[in-house]
Design a protein around this ligand. Structure first.
Ligand code: BJW
Length: 225
């Protein structure tokens, strides 16, 4: 049995990391056009770095919760096939909970990317646009994050996993952002059952075969058991 699990901001909410679209979410306090688009970065790189430096600090101070831990146990101990974890999150809480393999489709706070040569390296706590790239020395440092209008990472690998998927589980994501919002449909076309674990029904275009609602720290460990 091949299980593909897609996680979103809701799984990290009880670790103290904000979601995007909930009441008090990040997009109620910041304009996503300013901080999560290449155009916003070109206009004001200092503002974008300030936003991600603060998020990196929050992430450093946060700890994985029982939902991250349950998924780590599942991936490590699943004897009946393969468990793949695809996350839209840029935090490292899956890894810190002990998940051996995580596919970060929207990038990682912990990495820096040179906008000039494409080199990637571990992000320092505080980054600035004019930090020189360790490979080419260009003062073109940006967070290694996939912004709106950019192509998400590992899409070929994710397409292969969805094509061979028997069970697709969506955890803590509102289903607003494509291409991730289309994964349940892709999995279903491949013959998979689909399950949603979320605080409340998401905005998925098609209903899931099964849905369980409640806080991730309760419903994810309950499902894994
Ligand atoms: C709990 C809980 C608890 C709370 N327990 N649950 C039309 C117009 C313009 C553009 C487009 C368009 N249609 C499609 C697009 C493209 C665009 C897009 O989707 N726009 C939409 C807004 C319409 N997408 C893109 O540009 C993407 N690239 C792309 O499409 O390239 C072309 C392509 C085409 C086809 C194939 C492949 C490629 C790139 C998207 C990049 C998204 N980037 C962001 C920010 C960067 C990362 C960061 O800074 O962290 O990624 S946006 C933001 O949204 C972030 C998230 O990863 C992403 C998803 O959010 P998520 O995780 O779902 O969070 P929320 O807040 O929305 O939901 C939280 C959920 O948790 C809620 O349901 C709560 O109920 C729940 N919850 N507490 C359980 N305790």
């Amino acid at each position: 049995m091949n299980i593909v699990i897609l996680t979103g901001a809701g799984i990290s909410a009880e670790s103290g990391l904000g979601t995007f679209r909930d009441k008090d979410g990040l997009w109620t306090r910041y304009d996503l056009n300013d901080v999560a688009t290449p155009e916003g970065f070109a206009r004001d790189p200092a503002l974008v770095h300030e936003f991600y430096n603060a998020r990196r600090a929050n992430c450093r101070d946060a700890a994985p919760n029982s939902a991250h831990a349950a998924l780590a146990r599942l991936q490590r101990g699943f004897a009946g096939g393969r468990v793949s974890i695809v996350t839209q999150n840029v935090d490292d809480l899956h890894e810190r909970a002990g998940t051996p393999e995580v596919i970060h489709m929207h990038g990682e706070l912990a990495r820096a990317l040179c906008a000039a040569c494409g080199h990637r390296w571990p992000a320092p706590d505080v980054m600035a646009h004019d930090d020189p790239c360790p490979a080419c020395a260009a003062p073109a440092t940006r967070p290694d994050i996939v912004w709106f209008g950019e192509f998400p990472y590992h899409m070929d690998r994710i397409a292969e996993l969805l094509a061979a998927c028997d069970l697709f589980v969506s955890i803590g994501t509102s289903g607003n952002v494509y291409p991730a919002a289309g994964f349940a449909e892709e999995a279903r076309i491949a013959g998979a059952r689909t399950l949603e674990l979320n605080l409340e029904p998401s905005e998925a275009r098609l209903p899931f075969d099964e849905a369980r609602h409640g806080p991730a720290t309760r419903i994810v460990p309950d499902w894994v058991q």
